[in-house]
Ligand binder design. Structure first.
Ligand SMILES: Cc1cc2nc3c(=O)[nH]c(=O)nc-3n(C[C@H](O)[C@H](O)[C@H](O)COP(=O)(O)OP(=O)(O)OC[C@H]3O[C@@H](n4cnc5c(N)ncnc54)[C@H](O)[C@@H]3O)c2cc1C
Ligand code: SF4
Length: 531
């Protein structure tokens, strides 16, 4: 069996892993850090312009082979398994949660408090924003005060977004441009934004942060080693002590030749799905329910936020396609007065081309060509379509679970995970009132700004999922402490999304990164500074 030794072994190569590896290499130069990633490295920024062109021209998937055919789970939001993880394709929206997210139990008697003070987390939000080079503008709400300004000025609002901001603010609700990890000037070895407007698919200039850049910058000067295409299948404990001594797996090209990573500290940075999965798979005779699972909570309290959408037609004229990946956000409903029924959500506004694209057939099926096509198109470009969305704070029950699915196995015979989300009783009880409130906010926008809602819908999954290894101070009701150190194994950490007790009401990745950067300091403390 091939064996590799390091001080720290990080399992997973997504954004949290990249940030952790980068910070460890700064805090402890010379520390040996091995990152083990199941998927392949896609270090080809020079090709991304071409991928974008082909995606636009032929609808071609710009990321071939960014997944592993037999490593799939029921209930996941993305199949991506590659160096960079889901953040290869993310939009780069970088919103902070708010203090309420950390104090749901003490403020509202709901869900669970997080074992972190807001002021503590806020410092790491600043650090995360610096490392990701977030462009943003201060919130108009005093409660959103920041201890440091955004590292970049706000992304300039397109003409369309300026018009939509004026439209939406007639309701009295304040909006700002969405903060995003998008370079306005070259930064971190990446180019500046040229408004290609395909951030979610592929960013040809590298302006939208993606972790592959960070890994390249750490690998080339040998600050870390990265083993890609290597799936860790099991964490192995010392014969006597409850410490982890090895992570074992296989390289994709050598399925009958196991590989072992030995380290002083192990960090599971495998995202919201595969982190709990690996702990459950690592069950042994002393820990028959899986590692770090003496509370029985590994794989439980899987969270995320629900979303409610609407499309509005308004009379003001926009010109769709100016910057469709940028949007407006209001944090007005992040706070809920204690004497009002509980409801929390963000409110987002995008330009939209819905119903305004050219079409070859009229609604009655008649073929439209030449002048008829142009006349039909012109007749539908008056006024604007607006996309509205709210991410809603919903709370998981203990039965919101990731379990091992014996009916679905990978090539090594490991059961794959299955995720089924469930809400707690209080969330279910207020579901109708929450929907009514959010739709009421959308109605208020069209009532004051002008226009009408033409359709509404609700997401059928939870976005920015997390949970499964929730943090806490009580060992009986949590899997790890606030740094992600598991209660059962002192040299085993879980970082980022899996550790969150609840999922907030806005994009989660900035929070996952902030938590991970906080963990990095604690992990580094295990190793004396050299020289
Ligand atoms: C299309 C899309 C758009 C998004 N846009 C936004 C956005 O605008 N804003 C936002 O906040 N969030 C966004 N997200 C969510 C965001 O991408 C994720 O929250 C974030 O990337 C999670 O990072 P992570 O490091 O926790 O996990 P992951 O990205 O899942 O990385 C974990 C890595 O671990 C590897 N791994 C897992 N198990 C093993 C194992 N056993 N052995 C070895 N390797 C393993 C996986 O292959 C993966 O690469 C978006 C997501 C998608 C899919
Ligand atoms: S809009 Fe900017 S960040 Fe988005 S894909 Fe284009 S260059 Fe990249």
């Amino acid at each position: 069996m091939a064996t590799y030794e390091s001080d720290v072994c990080i399992i997973g190569g997504g954004i949290t892993s990249a940030m952790l590896a980068q910070k460890l290499s700064e805090l402890r130069p010379g520390l040996s850090v091995a990152v083990v990633e199941a998927g392949r490295s896609i270090f080809d920024v020079q090709n991304r312009g071409r991928y974008r062109e082909r995606a636009l021209a032929y609808g071609e998937h710009p990321w071939p082979d960014d997944f592993i055919e037999d490593q799939q789970a029921n209930g996941i939001i993305s199949m991506t398994m590659a160096v960079g993880g889901l953040a290869l394709h993310w939009g780069g929206a970088c919103n902070r949660f708010s203090e309420e997210d950390l104090r749901l139990r003490s403020m509202y008697g709901l869900a669970a408090d997080w074992p972190i003070e807001w002021a503590d987390l806020e410092r790491f939000y600043c650090e995360a924003e610096r490392r990701l080079n977030v462009a943003g503008e201060p919130s108009p709400h005093a409660q959103d005060r920041r201890s440091e300004p955004y590292p970049q000025r706000p992304i300039p609002l397109s003409y369309n977004l300026q018009l939509l901001k004026a439209w939406a603010e007639k309701s009295g609700v304040k909006f700002v441009g969405l903060p995003m990890a998008r370079n306005l000037e070259p930064f971190g070895g990446r180019g500046s934004c040229c408004v290609y407007d395909t951030c979610g698919e592929v960013c040809p200039s590298g302006a939208r942060y993606s972790p592959d850049f960070t890994f390249r910058q750490l690998i080339d000067p040998k600050k870390i080693v990265l083993h890609d295409r290597t799936l860790v299948r099991k964490l192995v404990l010392d014969d006597r002590k409850p410490t982890v001594v090895a992570a074992q797996g296989f390289h994709q090209d050598r399925p009958s030749d196991p590989v072992e990573y030995r380290a002083k500290t192990f960090v599971v940075a495998s995202g919201y799905c595969w982190s709990s999965h690996l702990l459950l798979l690592s069950a042994n005779t002393r820990f028959p329910n899986g590692l770090a699972n003496s509370s029985g909570l590994v794989g439980r309290y899987m969270n995320g936020h629900k979303f409610i959408n609407a499309t509005a037609n308004i009379d003001d004229q926009t010109f769709p396609g100016q910057n469709m990946t940028h949007s407006l956000i209001s944090r007005e409903y992040f706070r809920c007065p204690g004497d009002k029924p509980f409801v929390r959500h963000d409110t987002r506004v995008w330009e939209s081309s819905a119903g305004r694209d050219p079409r070859l057939r009229a609604p009655d099926g008649k073929l439209l060509l030449g002048d008829e096509l142009m006349a039909d198109w012109r007749s539908r470009t008056k006024g604007s379509s607006v996309r509205l969305r709210a991410y809603v704070d919903v709370h998981p029950s203990a039965d919101s679970r990731l379990t091992l699915d014996p009916a679905k196995k990978n090539r090594y015979g490991d059961p794959m995970p299955k995720i089924a989300h469930h809400f707690d009783e209080a969330t279910l009880a207020r579901e109708a009132a929450t929907r009514e409130h959010v739709l009421g906010v959308f109605q208020a926008l069209v009532k004051s700004g002008g226009g009408r809602i033409v359709n509404t819908s609700e997401g059928d999954y939870l976005d920015h999922p997390g949970g499964g290894c929730r943090m806490g101070t009580d060992v009986a009701s949590s899997v790890c402490d606030s740094f992600g150190r598991t209660h059962d194994h002192e040299n085993l950490f879980v970082v980022g999304a899996p550790t969150t007790p609840t999922g907030g009401c806005t994009n989660g990745t900035l929070t996952f990164v902030a938590l991970t950067l906080r963990s990095a300091g604690e992990i580094a403390r295990e190793f004396p500074a050299r020289g």
